[in-house]
Design a protein around this ligand. Structure first.
Ligand code: ZN
Length: 44
């Protein structure tokens, strides 16, 4: 899930699964759709 967060008067969008931050909501959503952060049990 993407959460909105405010830092230094800038709105960021954070992927809750892996913690990545994006300054663009569409980028965050695109990332979220193929983020595997919830299942980190594959090849490291
Ligand atoms: Zn992610």
């Amino acid at each position: 899930m993407v959460v909105q967060t405010q830092r230094d008067d800038v709105t960021w969008y954070k992927c809750e699964e892996c913690g990545l931050m994006f300054d663009d909501k569409e980028d965050a959503r695109a990332h979220e759709s193929d983020c595997d952060g919830e299942e980190p049990s594959y090849i490291q």
